[in-house]
Design a protein around this ligand. Structure first.
Ligand SMILES: *Cc1c(COP(=O)(O)O)cnc(C)c1O
Length: 234
């Protein structure tokens, strides 16, 4: 029997949806309260089309050039594009030109640039603040220090064209994700006191979505569990 790419993706998708449902049930939550963002980085636009056919509505990308090209190629699909990668300041305005949600906002210098890009596009951009769960000083650390979140959140609220929607985090490499997501849940609790409308919590990937859902994730970002191992060269 020949397995088509559509069959492959459909199988990955259904396994992932089952994991999400089971994790939500175990946490006493409704599965429909956990959104699946399929991370399509390194995979071709043809896979994005298959995903859309299979009912996926939200996709994530982490590299600007690739994301911009794919979003343009798939503009007819009506998908919500999440930008989840490191943001260079000089690319921020361009990212706001196609991303509906920018999940990786970690410093205030990005805000005027994102705002300008959104203004040029004529559409507000949803913003998540990426919080670092790494110990301070770790190399390659991405995300704002938890202590800087309140000030950064206030700046987003004060910026035209940006809508503060919530928080995003990645579990630290080589650490049990459970205590890391427990820390994230406490950070979020404090954040929600000031910003009760900003209820999104983007956390959890292929390897740790169960732990993230247990600690309140509303969005999981899943790549390889749906699409298979990422190609090493594009
Ligand atoms: C690549 C990526 C993911 C998806 O990772 P998988 O392990 O393939 O599910 C999630 N979040 C971010 C920020 C990523 O860069």
């Amino acid at each position: 029997m020949v397995t088509t790419r559509t069959d492959e993706i459909a199988a990955g998708l259904s396994r992932t949806r089952e994991r999400i449902s089971a994790a939500a049930a175990a946490a006493g939550r409704h599965p429909e309260d956990v959104h699946l963002v399929v991370v399509t980085k390194f995979f071709p636009a043809s896979d994005v089309r298959i995903l859309a056919d299979l009912g996926v509505t939200e996709v994530g990308e982490n590299r600007h050039q690739e994301a911009a090209a794919k979003a343009a190629e798939c503009a007819d699909l009506g998908l919500r594009w999440h930008y989840i990668g490191g943001l260079q300041s000089n690319k921020a305005a361009a990212v706001a030109g196609y991303a509906d949600v920018v999940e990786s906002v970690d410093r205030s210098s990005l805000l005027p640039r994102l705002s300008r890009g959104a203004e040029e596009r004529g559409q507000d951009v949803d913003v998540l603040l990426q919080v670092s769960l790494d110990p301070p000083g770790r190399a390659g650390r991405a995300g704002a220090d938890p202590g800087d979140v309140p000030a950064l959140a206030a700046e987003v609220v004060a910026t035209e064209r940006l809508r503060l929607r919530g928080l995003m985090a990645v579990a630290p490499l080589g650490e049990d994700p459970d205590p890391a997501f427990a820390r994230l849940a406490r950070i979020r609790e404090e954040f929600l006191v000031e910003h009760p409308e900003a209820t999104v919590l983007s956390a959890g990937m292929s390897g740790d979505l169960e732990q993230a859902i247990l600690h309140g994730a509303t969005h999981v970002r899943v790549g390889s569990a749906v699409l298979g191992q990422r190609p090493t060269v594009k």
